[in-house]
Write a protein that binds this ligand. Structure first.
Ligand SMILES: [Zn+2]
Length: 567
């Protein structure tokens, strides 16, 4: 296997756009074996010739890069083909005026025949006046393989710079420096993602303490959020460097949480940020390094929240008589859905209000889960406010709803978006939580407050409260909602935003949604909660685990004051 081995693995050449008008009839890639110059050339493989099957590399000069008109330009490009070569290559240069398609004019259209040797084709063109856009297109029509290298387009005078970006079809530095580097390490550090919530793609040891890796397997289902989570062993007293190829994600497109990336932990429970980090110029590889002081460590793209963390949390609080845990059902794939029940057992349940929290309907929204943990830590503390609350209330806390998605490496809701499926009996998870609310009502207890937590990382800290406006729940409830929001708000830092749904069908995230299919809507209308909220915890990039626990403490303080347990 020659270059085909790399097809798809090597990113397409920076600067060039790919046009595939007939779809999969043609594939475009970089060829690192048969280049004319440098480290690579552009390559097009044609697998069909019917119906004008074709594809091309293209670059255009438009807007900021628009060409000066009325002057002469020189173009040249080198090409070679494989044999046999049924199809034909072609180079095309055309221009457009502001009139668009009507103002199109072809300046160059040359057919390239078969040639096993590199051939160079060049000429001059004048870009006419009133042209706003000029394109250069390097085609393969029909079946065969053509390679392009050393393309030039610039003013027709000595020493004029090449106006094409990456005319040499060179790969990025990162790719060669790291991915094509030979394996050099002695295998002292081992990397694995073979554990719950773990995920990492191909890993290459390029030196004893340096790794190049893909964020996740290319053929594995992934969410619309960037995610990696792996374990190192043998890393004690080593400064270890990682180059994580996040493709198809990038510095600007992580789906949230990228502002924090990455984080590390020695025990899987306490996480710290790695701040010696940078994205490469193309924004597709995140480089970071850390000096590890333990023999094993975890590294992740954001603070993970796993079922084993919950197990350890439960163990840690087992001796507390106010803390009980129960399994409220099984997930679609048979995992436990767990719930904490937190109350003072010395006070009879009759007459106590019920308060319920849920988190992690969405796998990666661990900011909400950490906030809930902050509330629970407060409730289990010796604070007088907490103790008063536990005498008067029973807290039902479901710390993780998407247990399956999280176990498999944050695949984001294998049962679909849970927060559109309340009350329709389509997922085990929603149904199990609904039953908890319905049972509360059956026992004659009043579900007074329901909070469903979500959120991720954003540029500026923000807390959002989503609940139901007076048009749906009446004046008195809206007043109480606002009283609750104000008490929490007074304890928060950063921006806050309140959204009151005023119609039963509202535009939520992607489109119109019946709000009874959302947690807060179902809990209000079916679960008979007096007040029901969805809370978004949007933390800034520098926020640490401890900041999210404090966020929970702010909510706990607001809840305590709301119920008259003091400030
Ligand atoms: Zn969410």
């Amino acid at each position: 296997m020659s270059a085909a081995l790399f097809a798809g693995e090597i990113p397409l050449p920076v600067g060039w756009q790919v046009s595939q008008p007939t779809g999969p009839t043609h594939t475009l890639s970089m060829d690192t074996v048969n280049q004319r110059n440098g480290k690579a050339c552009g390559r097009i493989d044609g697998h069909a010739s019917e119906n004008r099957a074709r594809a091309c590399f293209t670059q255009e000069f438009v807007k900021d890069s628009a060409l000066k008109t009325g002057i002469n330009y020189r173009y040249s490009v080198s090409y070679r083909t494989d044999m046999p070569f049924e199809g034909s290559g072609s180079i095309l240069i055309d221009t457009y005026t502001a009139e668009g398609e009507k103002g199109r004019r072809q300046l160059v259209s040359e057919k390239l025949g078969a040639s096993m040797e590199w051939k160079t084709l060049s000429g001059e063109v004048t870009v006419p006046g009133n042209v706003v856009r000029t394109r250069m297109l390097l085609y393969l029509n029909g079946r065969g393989t053509v390679r392009y290298d050393d393309a030039f387009f610039g003013e027709a005078k000595e020493g004029a710079p090449n106006l094409l970006k990456n005319g040499g079809f060179e790969p990025t530095d990162t790719f060669f420096r790291y991915d094509m580097a030979p394996e050099k390490g002695a295998g002292a550090i081992k990397i694995s993602a073979d554990f719950e919530n773990g995920t990492v793609g191909k890993v290459k040891e390029i030196d004893d303490n340096e790794f190049y890796m893909y964020a996740r397997d290319r053929d594995k289902h992934r969410s619309s959020f960037m995610w990696f989570h792996f374990m190192l062993t043998g890393c004690k007293d080593r400064e270890t460097v990682f180059h994580v190829n996040a493709t198809p994600f990038s510095a600007l497109k992580t789906g949230g949480n990228g502002l924090r990336s990455p984080v590390a932990s020695y025990d899987g429970d306490t996480w710290f940020g790695i701040d010696d980090k940078s994205w490469n110029a193309d924004g597709d590889v995140l480089r970071f390094k850390h000096f590890f002081t333990n023999n094993s460590a975890f590294v992740a793209s954001f603070f993970p929240f796993t079922a084993s963390h919950i197990t350890r949390f439960i163990e840690h609080h087992r001796a507390n008589p106010c803390f009980k845990t129960t399994v409220i059902g099984k997930t679609q794939q048979g995992r436990d859905i767990r719930m904490y029940v937190i109350t003072n057992p010395a006070v009879p349940e009759a007459g106590k209000r019920a308060i319920m929290f849920t988190a992690l309907q969405h796998d990666l929204e661990t900011t909400g889960a950490m906030t809930v943990e902050g509330i629970v830590k407060f409730l289990l503390s010796k604070e007088p406010q907490a103790q008063k609350l536990l005498k008067e209330s029973v807290f039902y806390v479901i710390p993780m709803m998407s247990v399956d998605g999280i176990a498999q490496g944050n695949t984001y809701c294998p049962v679909g978006n849970m927060n559109r499926q309340w009350g329709i009996n389509t997922t085990h998870e929603n149904t199990a939580v609904e039953k908890v609310a319905l049972d509360i009502a059956k026992r004659g207890q009043k579900l007074d407050l329901f909070l469903d937590f979500h959120g991720w990382c954003v540029k500026e800290r923000e807390t959002q409260f989503h609940t139901l406006g007076r048009e749906l729940v009446g004046e008195a409830d809206e007043k109480e909602e606002m009283r609750f929001i104000d008490l929490v708000k007074s304890r928060l830092t950063g921006k806050t935003h309140v959204r009151l749904f005023r119609k039963m069908t509202e535009h939520v995230t992607m489109g119109p949604t019946d709000i009874r299919r959302l947690s807060e809507g179902w809990m209000k209308f079916e679960g008979k909660a007096r007040l029901a909220f969805c809370i978004e915890i949007f933390g800034e990039g520098t926020a640490l685990q401890e900041d999210y626990f404090s966020w929970g403490r702010a909510f706990a303080g607001g809840i305590a004051e709301f119920y008259g347990a003091g400030k």
